[in-house]
Design a protein around this ligand. Structure first.
Ligand SMILES: NC(=O)c1ccc[n+]([C@@H]2O[C@H](COP(=O)([O-])OP(=O)(O)OC[C@H]3O[C@@H](n4cnc5c(N)ncnc54)[C@H](OP(=O)(O)O)[C@@H]3O)[C@@H](O)[C@H]2O)c1
Length: 292
């Protein structure tokens, strides 16, 4: 589609004209939650992803302009990760196009302690938009909505992660901060370090999930080489293996083993604890073992 038959891009909300908010990754872990919150506020939202209408594909810049039509603010969640080659260039080009298309406010989901992600942050800031950067820790939801769900279900998590602790953050907190930055004044020019309230090792996190779900779930630390070998044997593509090894070695070297104050600064409240996340997910039943 050429974008000409899109739904109206302006609505009147509390007496003011509001432009559409584009949510990239709008079906993913954080974007889905941002979309839900914006819908709850009756704000005009467009999901930006390959399954959106119009489709948005990071790998096909021709899809970017139609998705930006009539858009005033964008939640920018890059896929697969800001650490992959080409991400800063893509984010910079997208941000410039967004500003040229009339968007004023850009909220970027970034990662903590990643030089590559910071190059993407600079590229977005250089677009001249009103920007907010969300530098997020490892998401809690990786254990329930991503690649760590399968080993949890199998009852044994094997990772190249030892004693280094990580302040896992809840995707609901990220979405709350994103919506505040997209819809309220006072967040422009802010870099929010979004973490949970507590440092946990991966073994601690798995133990919390086991306790909440009433199951025995083992945790074994392996070398990065053994982990990469096991992933390759399962047929995981080489670029995904490289990304995971980078995240579990370079990024998980202790540089992020501290708490950030972003949730409190942005929202005036504490972030959600991993144990609360684990209890809530366990209650849904999705961590029940397949043979239970
Ligand atoms: N996971 C973490 O712990 C973590 C921590 C810090 C920062 N981050 C950052 O968060 C961002 C998102 O990562 P995530 O793991 O949370 O993924 P996610 O948002 O759950 O990813 C899935 C989303 O991306 C969309 N998508 C997939 N391929 C796409 C493409 N080629 N073009 C456009 N959209 C595409 C999917 O929709 P369709 O399938 O419809 O396209 C879906 O909406 C990354 O930049 C990552 O660096 C993640």
């Amino acid at each position: 589609m050429d974008g000409s038959d899109l739904a109206p891009t302006y609505i009147t909300f509390k007496g003011e004209t509001v432009q559409t908010i584009l949510v990239l990754g709008g079906t993913g872990k954080t974007g889905r939650r941002v979309v839900t919150r914006l819908h709850e506020r009756d704000l005009p939202v467009r999901v930006g992803s390959r399954s959106g209408d119009p489709a948005f594909d990071w790998e096909d810049p021709a899809t970017w302009a139609p998705a930006l039509q009539g858009v005033g603010a964008v939640y920018v969640s890059y896929y697969p990760d800001l650490a992959v080659p080409g991400a800063p260039e893509a984010v910079g080009a997208f941000a410039r196009l967004a500003v040229d298309s009339g968007a004023r406010r850009l909220v970027l989901l970034s990662g903590r302690g990643e030089e590559e992600a910071q190059a993407a942050e600079r590229a977005l800031i250089d677009s001249g938009a009103d920007w907010t950067i969300l530098r997020a820790a490892w998401f809690d939801q990786n254990f329930s909505e991503n690649y760590l769900l399968e080993p949890v279900l199998a009852g044994h998590v094997v990772l190249p992660a030892g004693d280094v602790a990580e302040p896992f953050v809840d995707a609901d907190d990220i979405a709350d901060v994103a919506v505040a930055a997209l819809t309220e004044d006072g967040h422009s020019g802010q870099i929010y370090e979004l973490t949970g309230p507590r440092l946990l090792t991966f073994a601690d996190a798995v133990a919390a999930i086991a306790a909440a779900s009433g199951r025995e779930i083992g945790y074994t630390r392996v070398s990065p080489e053994d982990y990469a070998g096991a992933l390759a044997a399962e047929g995981v593509p080489a670029d995904v293996i490289d990304l995971l090894i980078y995240l579990f070695t370079t990024v998980l070297d202790g540089r992020n083993a501290s708490l950030g104050d972003g949730v409190r600064r942005a929202l005036g409240r504490s972030p959600r604890d991993f144990a609360d996340y684990a209890r809530e997910v366990a209650a849904t039943g999705i961590w029940k073992a397949a043979d239970a």
